[in-house]
Write a protein that binds this ligand. Structure first.
Ligand code: SF4
Length: 347
């Protein structure tokens, strides 16, 4: 929601300033989904707000809950009819939201359902930050918890190709008047748009950077992620060195293990060698993720394959964690729900 619109409306109506605080409290503390629920506001103000300010910039079409773990996935319809996905999950003690930054994606990674859909459009900052607000409302309605603590840009789209709106969304989500999510609890994951990575160090120095690598061999990575033809491993290496020097922050390398494609000991050795060649490599951390079977030729990864890969990396002094893949039973990998919905519509 664009809270500036609420402030302007209250101001131009000549209403007292404390009405702004009441409206803010209703939306961002009580989690109302409809202005009529803002009982503290006078009826005529509620009616005006209802007409002029949308609390959310989209409508939920579907919410799926995992039976295996605390993961929920929503299919959201934007005002122009485009569909995006957003995920709420609790991998530890706190709730995280995985947001989309684009409807579809132009980068066409081979393992990704969103990539198969092609690019529709960039999301506005409001459409991005509203995903955190939507899940905050959901937590309240379902009595699941008090707050959204973390946000990851790992949903549909490449965030650094929608740079200005992503920066706006981060600033909104971390604003004390909105959901007050600390920027150190927000992570931006890129497929490797190197020319924008350094901007992050200047514009959002507190935000965590994650690079989705998935392969440390140029030819094989280009086959998986065509963006590698534009920004190859050497370019990414020098960019990360510069980023680490400027931001002094840890960088996360996301590596989804795709059985038979990037999980051999030779792949681990190449990855370890690439990381160890980077100045500032002590600030790099690899997150290994088992593949959610989605589209193309990818199949679910046996847990032993992930463990062995982690062991090989640890033997090369690489900081490595194995991340639990959540929501496998609800198509929680990005783009799967929207792709399923499109298929149903075509039928
Ligand atoms: S993995 Fe990310 S960057 Fe690649 S196609 Fe999917 S959404 Fe786009």
């Amino acid at each position: 929601m664009d809270f500036e619109k609420v402030k302007n409306l209250i101001k131009t109506a000549g209403l007292p300033v404390y009405r702004m605080a009441q409206a803010r409290q209703a939306v961002f503390e009580k989690g109302i989904t409809d202005w009529q629920q803002a009982a503290g506001l006078p009826a005529d103000l509620r009616a005006r707000l209802e007409k002029q300010v949308k609390i959310l910039s989209f409508k939920p079409l579907q919410i799926q809950a995992s039976k295996k773990d605390l993961t929920f996935k929503a299919l959201l319809k934007l005002e122009d009819g485009k569909k995006i996905e957003s995920v709420l999950m609790k991998p530890g003690k706190t709730w995280s939201v995985c947001v989309s930054s684009q409807a579809g994606c132009p980068l066409g990674c081979a393992f990704c359902a969103t990539g198969k859909m092609g690019f529709k459009r960039n999301l506005t900052g409001e459409e991005i930050s509203d995903q955190a607000l939507f899940w905050y409302q959901y937590l309240k309605q379902e009595n699941l918890g008090e707050r959204v603590s973390n946000v990851v840009f790992m949903g549909m789209g490449e965030p650094l190709l929608n740079y200005a709106e992503v920066v706006k969304a981060v600033q909104t989500m971390s604003n004390a008047d909105f959901l007050n999510i600390g920027q150190r609890h927000i992570s931006i994951s890129t497929a490797g748009v190197a020319d924008k990575i350094l901007n992050l160090a200047a514009d959002l120095p507190q935000v965590n950077l994650a690079l989705s690598l998935h392969n440390a061999d140029d030819a094989q990575r280009s086959a998986l992620m065509p963006i590698n033809k534009k920004f190859n491993l050497e370019t990414l290496k020098t960019t990360l060195e510069e980023y680490i020097a400027r931001a002094g922050r840890e960088v996360f390398i996301e590596y989804t293990i795709i059985d038979g494609q990037n999980n051999l000991p030779a792949h681990a050795r190449k990855l370890g060698k690439w990381i160890n060649s980077i100045r500032g490599n002590y600030l790099m951390h690899v997150n290994l993720i088992a593949c959610n079977p989605a589209v193309g030729k990818a199949v679910a990864t046996p847990p032993a394959a992930v463990k062995n890969f982690a062991k090989d990396l640890a033997a090369m002094n690489i900081n490595v964690s194995v991340r639990r893949s959540m929501g496998g039973d609800i198509s929680a990998a990005c783009g799967q729900l929207a792709a399923d919905e499109n298929k149903r519509r075509k039928k």
